[in-house]
Design a protein. Sequence first.
Length: 95
Amino acid sequence: MTDRIPGLPSPGIPSPEQVIELLGGHFAQVGYEIEDVAVDTRARPPRLRIVADGDTPLDLDTIAELSRSASTLLDTLDDGPDGYLLEVTSPGVDR
């Protein structure tokens, strides 16, 4: 599932589809899949939220590692002058 929460146009923020295309393979290599990507352009700064899950529960170290690698890969996109907050999380109790 991918969501772009309505708000102001978001040039410079990758679409959910771009995020999945760019990060899906890397997440799969380390045993996780991207369950959801949400872009909230109403938040300040805008927020890019990636929900990942796998057979092994995500712990804080794994989330930090996925977040760092996601940030590095997303930085390769031409994301223009606008910044955003990257959040990598698990479905956790919302499951």
